[in-house]
Design a protein around this ligand. Sequence first.
Ligand code: IMP
Length: 209
Amino acid sequence: MTHRKLQPGKLVIASHNAGKVREIRVLLAPFGIEPISAGELGLPEPEETGTSFAENALLKAHASAQGSGLPALADDSGLCVAALGGAPGVYTADWAETQKFEGGPGRDWYMAMGKVEGKLAELGTDTDRSAYFVCTLALAWPDGHTEIFEGRVQGGLTWPPRGLLGFGYDPVFVPEGRSVTFAELDPAEKHAMSHRADAFRQLVATVFS
Ligand code: IMP
């Protein structure tokens, strides 16, 4: 299959997650790309009905490319815990879902981290605490062409949560070879080693070089 290059210009970031959009903007800054988020364009957020990271990323990228007439980049990511058979996996964001109320956030990451910890605790004190983050990036053009990349970062889960930086499950994730959590790391350091960085390295090598 021939890979397609991404030309400088506008690119829709098919995400309504401010944390992700912020990280993706930083990662794309050197390539002459003008990122605009799907939220800024008022594009609807499709339901993530896929059962794999790739399916969900493609769903979001296609919806934004078709809705905007511009190339679109979607990220589907999540935390996979070995002892939980890869859960929460594609349901990582769902585990944070709370009852939505007017003006309320709808997602509670501390509750979600507590859920993961609760399930590990049920398995006993000497349970394997290894986990990895996955990031699947799907790049879609309005004519239907797609490119897809998957990145990972291996690590382990700590409890209680530590650190105030980053987003999502960062306060419980300790990357392999380090003793601090992603939420305690300087953002530049996280960007250099994260699952998103790994997927972006592959994207850059394929569509920008
Ligand atoms: P989705 O890709 O929008 O379905 O959401 C995946 C969820 O995984 C996010 O909302 C975060 O909670 C979690 N996640 C993905 N990447 C990271 C990360 O870099 N740090 C912490 N949590 C993450």
